[in-house]
Design a protein around this ligand. Structure first.
Ligand code: HEM
Length: 430
């Protein structure tokens, strides 16, 4: 219609299903070109499948917002207020303030106190000990690795670490993983706002899985609540212990210092370089990048929303249109940027002088522009130490006589999780 990007027709008033999986986007790209659009109920979603256009578009201020969806109002208080808190789903001054706060906090932890590195290294030691227990017979990839990642964050946030045997946390994390599949249906209330008026609330909540979603958010809150209470009780503004203390102080004192993203990223990068010099594991760095490229963990990026009318590759993108970034999976598997893109080859991130190439055109595992992942340096540091320690201590292989380990992801909307049901033989290298 008009000068909008092309796309499938869909059923009048209802439209069609949005593309949530990479394979459907690849098919649509071959039919409609680099930019196409789906319409689901009241929502237009534009998909950008070209790295150059995505880079330019996602750096625009008009595309820095997330859609104002109920889906992003995870906690009860957010649902009541009708706006998302935190960072990932929030907008405006709330998002700006929280993003700045977290970047500043990460910078402070990365500098001087070296708290992040200490926490990661201690957790890695615990994880290696845990893996040693699993060398007797083939096992599923240990869930302790997930708990380790949670532990690293949670020690920074609330100075607490969970035991690998803690069933409450394990159950909770598994449930969150399962719920991911159902988020899509919860999202239908955003695509078809009319449902909120024509179907009684309790019935709608049941049909779309909102009841389950709300229960999960309450359970998450219940897990956190004792920590919040303890931090409120013990709060000493002159001696903050962790991010939660800092946040509580910030909330009460309403500080507002101006820190730039770039200086913070630069400090963390510097810190990382020191480690690289010590360990000099260029191939490990390159392997981590190649894993990110090859698997495209978040293949369609996280939704953005046009806050004004704009043009992309000559098409009109009206205000309110939801935009999905350029499908990491497409640029990551595009031969314009990567030779033999389906091959797993870490050496593509090493130059002719043996130096590591941290990023390049086409590489966008952590997103682009104003909403770019703010945990990138942190995540890279975690991956570096955890993968480094595991590969130094263990070998991983498929059990004898069974199929090789598959790199195909699980079929979860907009996530390329590794298949969870494969067994590994883990051998200690000693
Ligand atoms: C391998 C690990 C990770 C990957 C592949 C990843 C990827 C991404 C991507 C693709 C986005 C969306 C960017 C956009 O909209 O353009 C994002 C956003 C975000 N990530 Fe990550 N991320 C990772 C780890 C982390 C970690 C460890 C943290 C926390 C310390 C984190 C915090 C965030 C936040 C807060 C946002 C939202 C930023 C905003 O909306 O302003 N991420 N991430």
């Amino acid at each position: 219609k008009g000068n909008l990007p092309p796309g499938p027709m869909g059923i009048p008033f209802i439209g069609g299903a949005p593309y949530c999986f990479v394979d459907s986007c690849i098919k649509a790209k071959s039919k409609y070109g680099n930019i196409f659009m789906t319409k689901t109920g009241a929502t237009n979603i534009v998909y950008i499948c070209n790295y150059k256009t995505a880079k330019e578009a996602l750096s625009k201020l008009e595309l820095a917002d997330r859609p104002h969806w109920k889906l992003f109002n995870f906690f009860k208080e957010e649902r009541e207020k009708g706006r998302a808190g935190g960072i990932v789903g929030s907008n405006g001054s709330h998002w700006h303030h929280n993003r700045r706060f977290l970047l500043r906090h990460l910078r402070d932890l990365g500098m001087g106190k070296s708290k992040i590195e200490g926490i990661i290294l201690r957790e890695v030691e615990n994880l290696v000990e845990e893996f040693k227990k699993l060398t007797k017979e083939p096992s599923l990839f240990p869930f302790s690795a997930n708990i380790s990642i949670l532990n690293i964050i949670w020690q920074l946030v609330a100075s607490h670490r969970y035991n690998f045997e803690d069933e409450e946390v394990e159950n909770f994390m598994r449930k969150m993983g399962q719920l991911q599949n159902e988020f899509l249906f919860v999202g239908l209330q955003d695509f078809f706002p009319i449902l909120n008026y024509i179907i009684p609330k309790p019935i709608l909540k049941f049909i779309l899985g909102i009841t389950k979603f709300e229960k999960a958010s309450q359970e998450f809150y219940d897990l956190m609540k004792p920590f919040i209470n303890e931090h409120l009780k013990m709060l000493d503004p002159s001696n903050p212990r962790d991010l939660m203390d800092d946040y509580l102080i910030e909330m009460t004192e309403g500080k507002s210092e101006d820190y730039s993203h770039f200086s913070i990223t630069a400090v963390l990068t510097l810190k990382l370089k020191v480690y690289y010099r010590i360990y000099s594991l260029v191939y490990l760095d390159a392997t981590i990048n190649e894993v990110q490229r090859h698997c495209s963990l978040v293949p369609l990026g996280i939704f953005r929303c046009a806050t004004d009318d704009l043009k992309l590759e000559g098409y009109d993108i009206p205000k309110g249109t939801v935009v999905l970034s350029s499908l990491a999976a497409l640029s990551h598997r595009d031969r314009t940027y990567f030779k033999d893109p389906d091959e797993f080859d870490p050496s593509r991130f090493i130059d002719e002088n043996g130096k590591y190439i941290p990023t390049c055109d086409g590489f966008q595992a952590f997103g682009i522009g104003k909403r770019q992942c703010l945990g990138e340096q942190f995540a890279r540091m975690e991956l570096y130490f955890i993968i480094g320690a595991l590969l130094q201590n263990f070998t991983f292989s498929a059990p004898e006589g069974e199929n090789p380990i598959s790199l195909e992801p699980q079929r979860v909307p907009n996530m390329n999780y590794p298949k969870a049901d494969q067994k590994f033989v883990i051998k200690y290298r000693n």
